[in-house]
Design a protein around this ligand. Sequence first.
Ligand code: PGA
Length: 250
Amino acid sequence: MRSKIIAGNWKMHGSKDSVTALLSNIKSNFAASSPQLIVFPPYVYLEQVQQTLKDTKIQWGAQNLSANEPGAYTGEVAAQMLLDFGCKYSLVGHSERRSFYHEDNILVAMKFAQAQRHHLIPILCVGETLQQREQGLTEEVIREQLQAVLLLQAGVQGFRQAVIAYEPVWAIGTGLTATPEQAQEVHQFIRRELAKQDEVIAAQVSIIYGGSVKAVNAKSLFAMPDIDGGLVGGASLDAHEFVEIAKCIN
Ligand code: PGA
Protein backbone atom coordinates (compact mmCIF):
# COMPACT_ATOMS: atom_id res chain seq x y z
CA MET A 1 0.00 0.00 0.00
CA ARG A 2 1.34 3.40 -0.95
CA SER A 3 1.22 6.17 1.66
CA LYS A 4 -1.35 8.87 1.04
CA ILE A 5 0.10 12.29 1.65
CA ILE A 6 -1.26 15.82 1.85
CA ALA A 7 1.57 18.32 2.03
CA GLY A 8 1.22 22.05 2.59
CA ASN A 9 3.87 24.25 1.00
CA TRP A 10 3.61 27.61 2.77
CA LYS A 11 6.22 29.19 0.46
CA MET A 12 7.38 32.60 1.76
CA HIS A 13 4.28 33.27 3.82
CA GLY A 14 3.60 33.55 7.52
CA SER A 15 4.39 35.32 10.77
CA LYS A 16 4.74 33.95 14.29
CA ASP A 17 1.11 34.80 14.95
CA SER A 18 -0.25 33.36 11.72
CA VAL A 19 1.77 30.15 12.18
CA THR A 20 0.31 29.72 15.69
CA ALA A 21 -3.22 30.26 14.40
CA LEU A 22 -2.82 28.04 11.34
CA LEU A 23 -1.34 25.12 13.27
CA SER A 24 -3.87 25.27 16.06
CA ASN A 25 -6.70 25.24 13.54
CA ILE A 26 -5.17 22.34 11.62
CA LYS A 27 -4.62 20.41 14.87
CA SER A 28 -8.16 20.88 16.08
CA ASN A 29 -9.69 19.78 12.78
CA PHE A 30 -7.27 16.98 12.01
CA ALA A 31 -8.75 13.50 12.29
CA ALA A 32 -6.57 10.59 13.32
CA SER A 33 -7.69 8.67 10.26
CA SER A 34 -6.45 11.41 7.92
CA PRO A 35 -3.71 10.74 5.40
CA GLN A 36 -0.18 11.75 6.37
CA LEU A 37 -0.20 15.53 6.73
CA ILE A 38 3.10 17.38 6.26
CA VAL A 39 3.67 21.12 6.47
CA PHE A 40 6.55 22.99 4.87
CA PRO A 41 7.02 26.33 6.63
CA PRO A 42 9.77 28.86 5.88
CA TYR A 43 12.96 27.82 7.74
CA VAL A 44 12.62 30.46 10.45
CA TYR A 45 9.37 28.94 11.71
CA LEU A 46 10.67 25.38 11.93
CA GLU A 47 11.32 25.56 15.66
CA GLN A 48 7.84 26.92 16.31
CA VAL A 49 6.34 24.19 14.14
CA GLN A 50 8.41 21.53 15.91
CA GLN A 51 7.26 22.73 19.34
CA THR A 52 3.63 22.85 18.26
CA LEU A 53 3.46 19.57 16.36
CA LYS A 54 5.87 17.34 18.27
CA ASP A 55 3.13 15.36 20.03
CA THR A 56 0.90 15.02 16.99
CA LYS A 57 0.89 12.78 13.94
CA ILE A 58 1.44 15.77 11.65
CA GLN A 59 4.94 15.94 10.16
CA TRP A 60 6.95 18.89 8.91
CA GLY A 61 9.84 19.54 6.57
CA ALA A 62 11.83 22.17 4.72
CA GLN A 63 11.06 23.79 1.37
CA ASN A 64 14.68 23.44 0.26
CA LEU A 65 18.10 22.37 1.54
CA SER A 66 21.74 22.88 0.63
CA ALA A 67 23.47 20.29 -1.51
CA ASN A 68 26.56 20.82 0.65
CA GLU A 69 27.84 19.78 4.02
CA PRO A 70 28.00 22.61 6.62
CA GLY A 71 30.61 25.18 5.65
CA ALA A 72 31.12 28.63 4.19
CA TYR A 73 27.87 28.91 2.20
CA THR A 74 26.23 32.16 3.24
CA GLY A 75 22.47 32.00 3.36
CA GLU A 76 22.23 28.23 2.93
CA VAL A 77 20.76 25.63 5.31
CA ALA A 78 22.30 22.17 5.71
CA ALA A 79 20.46 18.86 6.03
CA GLN A 80 21.90 18.38 9.55
CA MET A 81 20.29 21.65 10.64
CA LEU A 82 16.92 20.48 9.41
CA LEU A 83 17.29 17.30 11.44
CA ASP A 84 18.02 19.46 14.48
CA PHE A 85 14.50 20.85 14.12
CA GLY A 86 12.84 17.50 13.68
CA CYS A 87 12.29 17.66 9.92
CA LYS A 88 11.58 14.35 8.28
CA TYR A 89 11.14 15.66 4.74
CA SER A 90 12.51 18.25 2.36
CA LEU A 91 11.10 19.47 -0.92
CA VAL A 92 13.70 19.42 -3.69
CA GLY A 93 13.43 21.01 -7.10
CA HIS A 94 10.22 22.95 -6.60
CA SER A 95 9.52 24.79 -9.84
CA GLU A 96 9.97 28.15 -8.11
CA ARG A 97 13.50 27.06 -7.12
CA ARG A 98 14.13 25.84 -10.65
CA SER A 99 12.87 28.99 -12.35
CA PHE A 100 13.70 31.87 -9.97
CA TYR A 101 16.94 30.46 -8.54
CA HIS A 102 18.12 28.60 -11.63
CA GLU A 103 18.35 25.18 -9.98
CA ASP A 104 19.03 22.73 -12.79
CA ASN A 105 18.43 19.00 -12.86
CA ILE A 106 21.94 18.21 -11.65
CA LEU A 107 21.72 20.50 -8.62
CA VAL A 108 18.28 19.15 -7.79
CA ALA A 109 19.65 15.60 -8.00
CA MET A 110 22.51 16.58 -5.67
CA LYS A 111 20.01 17.96 -3.18
CA PHE A 112 17.95 14.77 -3.43
CA ALA A 113 21.10 12.73 -2.68
CA GLN A 114 22.14 15.04 0.16
CA ALA A 115 18.71 14.74 1.80
CA GLN A 116 18.91 10.95 1.67
CA ARG A 117 22.48 10.89 2.94
CA HIS A 118 21.10 12.42 6.13
CA HIS A 119 17.93 10.32 6.23
CA LEU A 120 15.58 13.10 5.20
CA ILE A 121 12.89 11.98 2.76
CA PRO A 122 13.09 14.09 -0.39
CA ILE A 123 9.94 15.12 -2.17
CA LEU A 124 11.18 15.53 -5.73
CA CYS A 125 9.11 18.07 -7.67
CA VAL A 126 8.88 17.60 -11.42
CA GLY A 127 6.75 19.24 -14.08
CA GLU A 128 6.61 20.97 -17.42
CA THR A 129 5.92 24.59 -18.39
CA LEU A 130 2.94 25.52 -20.54
CA GLN A 131 5.20 26.06 -23.53
CA GLN A 132 6.77 22.62 -23.09
CA ARG A 133 3.31 21.03 -22.84
CA GLU A 134 2.14 22.83 -25.96
CA GLN A 135 5.22 21.64 -27.82
CA GLY A 136 4.48 18.06 -26.80
CA LEU A 137 7.57 17.90 -24.58
CA THR A 138 5.92 16.98 -21.27
CA GLU A 139 7.21 13.41 -21.13
CA GLU A 140 10.68 14.34 -22.34
CA VAL A 141 11.05 17.08 -19.71
CA ILE A 142 9.90 14.84 -16.89
CA ARG A 143 12.04 11.96 -18.08
CA GLU A 144 15.10 14.23 -17.92
CA GLN A 145 14.16 15.47 -14.45
CA LEU A 146 13.89 11.86 -13.24
CA GLN A 147 16.99 10.72 -15.12
CA ALA A 148 19.22 13.24 -13.35
CA VAL A 149 18.25 11.69 -10.02
CA LEU A 150 18.51 8.13 -11.34
CA LEU A 151 22.01 8.78 -12.67
CA LEU A 152 23.34 10.44 -9.55
CA GLN A 153 21.73 8.00 -7.14
CA ALA A 154 22.17 4.27 -7.10
CA GLY A 155 19.61 4.09 -9.90
CA VAL A 156 16.03 3.57 -8.93
CA GLN A 157 16.97 2.48 -5.38
CA GLY A 158 16.94 6.15 -4.43
CA PHE A 159 13.17 6.11 -4.83
CA ARG A 160 12.65 3.51 -2.11
CA GLN A 161 12.58 6.33 0.45
CA ALA A 162 11.31 9.28 -1.53
CA VAL A 163 8.15 10.94 -2.75
CA ILE A 164 7.55 12.47 -6.18
CA ALA A 165 5.36 15.52 -6.72
CA TYR A 166 4.08 16.14 -10.22
CA GLU A 167 3.47 19.86 -10.47
CA PRO A 168 2.76 21.24 -13.93
CA VAL A 169 4.32 24.71 -13.79
CA TRP A 170 1.33 26.21 -15.61
CA ALA A 171 -0.98 25.08 -12.82
CA ILE A 172 1.01 26.45 -9.86
CA GLY A 173 -0.59 29.49 -8.26
CA THR A 174 -2.56 30.20 -11.43
CA GLY A 175 -5.93 28.76 -10.51
CA LEU A 176 -5.58 26.43 -13.51
CA THR A 177 -5.60 22.82 -12.42
CA ALA A 178 -4.66 19.86 -14.57
CA THR A 179 -7.74 17.78 -15.19
CA PRO A 180 -7.72 14.50 -13.27
CA GLU A 181 -7.11 12.72 -16.61
CA GLN A 182 -4.18 14.98 -17.56
CA ALA A 183 -2.59 14.49 -14.15
CA GLN A 184 -3.22 10.73 -14.14
CA GLU A 185 -1.55 10.42 -17.54
CA VAL A 186 1.66 11.98 -16.24
CA HIS A 187 1.59 10.12 -12.92
CA GLN A 188 1.24 6.87 -14.81
CA PHE A 189 4.09 7.88 -17.11
CA ILE A 190 6.34 8.56 -14.09
CA ARG A 191 5.49 5.20 -12.57
CA ARG A 192 6.19 3.44 -15.87
CA GLU A 193 9.55 5.18 -16.20
CA LEU A 194 10.56 3.89 -12.76
CA ALA A 195 9.08 0.46 -13.48
CA LYS A 196 11.51 0.05 -16.36
CA GLN A 197 14.14 -0.28 -13.65
CA ASP A 198 12.21 -1.78 -10.74
CA GLU A 199 8.53 -2.63 -10.74
CA VAL A 200 8.27 -3.00 -6.97
CA ILE A 201 9.74 0.42 -6.24
CA ALA A 202 7.61 1.99 -8.97
CA ALA A 203 4.48 0.48 -7.47
CA GLN A 204 5.40 1.63 -3.94
CA VAL A 205 6.52 5.21 -4.47
CA SER A 206 3.92 7.85 -3.60
CA ILE A 207 3.33 10.33 -6.42
CA ILE A 208 1.40 13.39 -5.35
CA TYR A 209 -0.11 16.11 -7.51
CA GLY A 210 0.41 19.86 -7.07
CA GLY A 211 -0.96 22.91 -8.85
CA SER A 212 -4.00 24.84 -7.60
CA VAL A 213 -5.34 21.94 -5.52
CA LYS A 214 -8.43 23.01 -3.59
CA ALA A 215 -11.23 21.23 -1.77
CA VAL A 216 -13.46 21.58 -4.85
CA ASN A 217 -11.10 19.74 -7.21
CA ALA A 218 -9.24 17.46 -4.80
CA LYS A 219 -11.71 14.58 -4.74
CA SER A 220 -11.64 13.94 -8.47
CA LEU A 221 -7.84 14.24 -8.62
CA PHE A 222 -7.33 11.86 -5.70
CA ALA A 223 -9.75 9.36 -7.23
CA MET A 224 -7.20 8.67 -9.98
CA PRO A 225 -5.34 5.39 -9.51
CA ASP A 226 -1.81 6.84 -9.65
CA ILE A 227 -2.43 10.02 -7.63
CA ASP A 228 -1.49 9.46 -4.00
CA GLY A 229 -2.25 12.86 -2.56
CA GLY A 230 -1.44 16.50 -3.05
CA LEU A 231 1.20 19.18 -2.63
CA VAL A 232 -0.88 22.20 -1.78
CA GLY A 233 0.39 25.78 -1.96
CA GLY A 234 -2.07 28.66 -1.57
CA ALA A 235 -4.88 26.57 -0.10
CA SER A 236 -2.62 25.19 2.65
CA LEU A 237 -2.54 28.63 4.30
CA ASP A 238 -6.21 28.21 5.16
CA ALA A 239 -6.57 25.53 7.84
CA HIS A 240 -10.17 24.73 7.02
CA GLU A 241 -9.45 24.35 3.30
CA PHE A 242 -6.31 22.28 3.97
CA VAL A 243 -8.18 19.87 6.23
CA GLU A 244 -11.06 19.67 3.75
CA ILE A 245 -8.55 18.71 1.03
CA ALA A 246 -7.16 15.99 3.32
CA LYS A 247 -10.69 14.64 3.77
CA CYS A 248 -10.93 14.08 0.01
CA ILE A 249 -8.51 11.14 0.22
CA ASN A 250 -9.88 7.69 0.84
P1 PGA B 1 -0.54 26.15 -5.53
O1 PGA B 1 1.00 25.76 -5.31
O2 PGA B 1 -1.36 25.12 -4.81
O3 PGA B 1 -0.68 27.53 -4.90
O4 PGA B 1 -0.79 26.16 -6.99
C1 PGA B 1 1.43 24.44 -5.35
C2 PGA B 1 2.92 24.37 -5.13
O5 PGA B 1 3.62 25.27 -5.59
O6 PGA B 1 3.42 23.44 -4.48
